[in-house]
Design a protein around this ligand. Sequence first.
Ligand code: SAM
Length: 478
Amino acid sequence: MYDPKSSRAEEFIDHQEILDTLAYADRNKNNAALIDEVMQKAKEQKGLGHREASLLLACALEDRNEELQALSRKIKRAYYGNRVVMFAPLYLSNYCVNGCLYCPYHLQNKSIPRRRLSQAEIVREVTALQDMGHKRLALEAGEHPLHSPIEYILESIETIYGIRHKNGAIRRVNVNIAGTTVENYRRLRDAGIGTYILFQETYHRESYEALHPSGPKSDYAYHTEAMDRAMRGGIDDVGLGVLFGLERCRYEFAALLMHAEHLEAVFGVGPHTISVPRVKPADGVDPGAFAGGVGDEAFAKLIACIRVAVPYTGMIISTRESAAMRARALELGVSQISGASKTSVGGYADNAPCADNAQLHEGTEQFEISDDRSLDELVHWLMELGYIPSFCTACYREGRTGDRFMQLLKAGQIQNCCHPNALMTLQEYLLDYAAPATRVRGEALIARELTHIPNEKAREFTQRCLEKIRGGERDFRI
Ligand code: SAM
């Protein structure tokens, strides 16, 4: 029986409830009166339930679909302004004991070289990332009890936070590792992680079991209940995601929202972020082999529907997507993007003159990327599109996690808080890492955007901090 408050995966992601939701959406996809009613509720900008949002996703009326996209743009602007938060993934290890059929790191793949970064190699990787201007990382690792136990992850986090190189610093480490125990989540919390990210891959139990034939990850319930354990371990910010392309998109969408409703019902706070990765070609992996391919149009609509359904939740898109798709996703609802990413183990430092590390990462990529621009190109491009690239990490460092972050959003204080922080961190980037043309454009943007801080005190504070940053000081925040 469907029960969002249950701690059991099969009850909060109830298969029958999803099927009923999809049937309801199918029956009503041309029902203009009902769609208008849901759209009216969506316009209040407080979100929608999984049934209502599934109806919008199924909607077959062209004019209503246009209205939906316009609304998602409006909500995106209202909640996130024109800021875009930047991050990079850091692959620590590709040793893995799981059998995930869509991932080349699976145990049965004997052709892929296996690598695990030593702490010295992590220093080189992070230094290279700092030299680009990154301040926020997402740690990635395969699941392996010997090569990447929790102690290795914890030691790596400590190493990363400790690295100081010129004006560089990684100020927020998010972690994307396999589901683990409450005790291990507590240790991750104590290590000072930002968001704990775990993709569900697919919520469809039968498909999940077929796609994960072996290894600890094959346990659907343990994987699906991981966020509950993370929150019980004291991690306030969790990031959900589906690997789109494996299963039918509408099934995943309804289930993803049910997962968010479950977290809200049990812990009083929904997911901090939702990621929208699509499955990509990889060593031995053909995305065409899976049942749920999502074309670009359907993908854009999906992003718009997530934005409208959960306005408070940040949305992340990676370099799996092309520049054109990312531009569209940013308009419709995405608030965070990765930049200059390498999906190989050791891929960043190999580009630096460092002979003994040369080429070791080759062949270790997890999947192909579609946006291989440098961070500076990306920053420049975002500004051309009218966005403020933000390297802000303030909320989590100020203790604004979980419901405290949501309160900030709901109180409409984002423009007095996130906006100044975005400008201050962009100023650091421009001085420390930007190409001359990027700097010129960025300085003009900061001057213009400063006037958009509504609160006078916040505006004056920001102005003073910007002057101090130009004078050589770093790391100011509201
Ligand atoms: N090992 C961890 C786990 O099992 O959850 C997570 C780390 S894994 C490096 C990060 C994510 O990459 C996976 O959750 C999966 O969704 C995604 N991924 C794996 N293979 C992929 C592919 N071929 N294309 C796109 N994304 C892929």
